[in-house]
Design a protein around this ligand. Structure first.
Ligand code: ADP
Ligand code: S3P
Ligand code: MG
Length: 264
């Protein structure tokens, strides 16, 4: 497709060059008995045609550039790994261990937002609200998607933003750390840094209330979590076993995805 577009641009350029030279020679016009007025008229037409062709060339070049950009995004680098899953599923704990095991770089999206803004996630939620935080997530992600050989631990709600979800799908491999709400509530009930799991005016919720809240949000988010390339249950497994399982699964996935890409 790209070659065809480049071919079309070259062809149109050649026609444009011909058009530019296609002035009627004065002596030929005289031979055919054409007056100077007619000659000027015909040359004027040639110039209009040339301008038209030049415009077509510019459009085709722009299209080719756009095509090139789209292709560079679509050419998915499978060694950029995004960890997703609900709060408490272990993304921030497992991410650096997994990166170590695979020999990859590691970035925690929440931590990098806190570093960039100089504010904690809790404070960003309290002062600017959730929507603003989602925009920050998208902004940080956009800067990271050109990387490879990297593990990125997302925040549990990062896939809620349609643009962020599309960007993640296009740019790398999505891994879902799956746990039931009961386990998540147990892991999170004593943590104070999950603003979404607080009640009105930041009230601390009971473990039962947290579990109920998690179930409601999880049901809404699950379709996007479940669309991941790789899923691992982190419920009854020890952290070390999850890291080992993920290392194997990611290595296998990256190998087979690269082999498929080579065949095409
Ligand atoms: N089997 C397990 N897998 C993952 N995390 C576990 C496990 N058992 C206990 N935890 C604890 O649960 C918490 C998970 O929190 P965190 O890594 O911040 O998750 P997330 O980034 O997904 O919100 C950590 O305190 C971790 O030590
Ligand atoms: O579920 C969510 O919407 C959020 C999860 C958090 O990250 P973890 O999943 O690492 O807790 C953090 O991004 C923010 O508090 C919002
Ligand atoms: Mg986290």
């Amino acid at each position: 497709m790209r070659n065809k577009l480049q071919g079309a641009v070259l062809f149109i350029k050649r026609v444009a060059a011909d058009a530019q030279n296609r002035k009627l020679p004065g002596n030929m016009a005289t031979k055919k008995g054409l007056s100077k007025g007619i000659l000027t008229f015909l040359n004027g037409r040639c110039r209009i045609f040339f301008i038209f062709v030049k415009l077509c060339t510019t459009c085709a070049e722009l299209q080719a550039k756009q095509r090139g950009f789209e292709q560079s995004v679509v050419n998915k680098e499978h060694t950029l790994i995004f960890l997703t899953g609900f709060s408490g599923s272990g993304k921030s704990t497992i991410g650096p261990l997994l990166a170590n095991s695979l020999g990859y770089e590691f970035v925690d999206l929440d931590q990098s937002i806190e570093q960039d803004t100089g504010k904690t996630i809790t404070r960003i939620f309290a002062e600017e609200g959730e929507e603003f935080f989602r925009a920050l997530e998208l902004q940080r992600l956009s800067a990271l998607v050109t990387q490879n050989n990297m593990i990125i631990s997302l925040g549990g709600g990062a896939l809620e933003n349609d643009l962020a979800y599309a960007l993640i799908q296009k740019s790398g491999t999505l891994v879902y750390l799956k746990s039931p709400s009961k386990t998540l509530a147990r892991r999170l009930c004593n943590k104070t840094d999950r603003p979404l799991l607080r009640g009105e005016k930041g009230r601390k919720l009971s473990r039962e209330e947290i579990e109920e809240k998690i179930s409601t949000i999880l049901a809404k988010r699950e379709p996007r979590y479940e669309s991941a390339d790789i899923t691992v249950e982190t419920d009854i497994k020890r952290i070390g076993s999850t890291v080992e399982e993920l290392t194997r699964k990611i290595e296998r996935f990256v190998r087979s995805a690269s082999a498929t890409a080579d065949d095409q």
